[in-house]
Write a protein that binds this ligand. Structure first.
Ligand SMILES: [Zn+2]
Length: 178
């Protein structure tokens, strides 16, 4: 959707006129998220991006993501509906040294040399929020432990979380998703 990369001049222009973009993010925009979902499920998120000027930094990006995705329940390995409702404010800075001047340096993103890629930015935010070991709640239809060992019951902090490792790996981009 937001496939084109935004360079510094364009970003500042968008911020100046406080542009708002809306659109849909699907499988092709969210390949890393898609690889975490239940078989046959494709992500479909409504995205709204608002650009605003800031004193310290190039622009502020207010990102809203809404929708539902089907994760894989780590107890029964069935599909698990996860509601996405994320609102993120990020300050875009020219380089790392600028983050020191921000009130909250963690809510910043450095403008990449080849421009800002909003799809990837949105996907990063969703991946950071995805539960690492999602499980059906007590009221949901969970068909119970599948091929899991006896020590893999309901403890949320269970030591063995093979899919958590996978999710973490996907987050760091060390694994290509096809
Ligand atoms: Zn389940």
């Amino acid at each position: 959707m937001f496939a084109d990369r935004i360079d510094r001049a364009r970003l500042e222009e968008l911020a100046m006129r406080q542009a708002t973009w809306t659109g849909q993010l699907g499988r092709s925009e969210l390949p890393r998220l898609a690889s975490l979902l239940a078989e046959g499920a494709a992500p479909a998120l409504e995205a709204t991006v608002r650009f605003a000027p800031v004193e310290s930094g190039l622009a502020q990006i207010n990102l809203s993501l809404r929708g539902h995705v089907q994760l894989v329940c780590q107890r029964c390995l069935g599909p698990l509906d996860w509601a996405v409702a994320l609102d993120v404010s990020l300050t875009v800075v020219a380089d790392e040294s600028d983050t020191g001047r921000l009130e909250d340096p963690f809510e910043s993103v450095v403008l990449p040399a080849d421009g800002l890629h909003l799809d990837q930015l949105a996907e990063d935010e969703v991946l950071a929020a995805v539960p690492l070991a999602p499980r059906h709640g007590p009221d949901a239809a969970c068909s119970g432990p599948a091929q899991l060992g006896a020590d893999e019951r309901d403890e949320p902090g269970g030591a063995s979380r093979p899919f958590a490792d996978l999710a973490a790996m996907l987050k760091t981009g060390q694994r290509r998703s096809d």
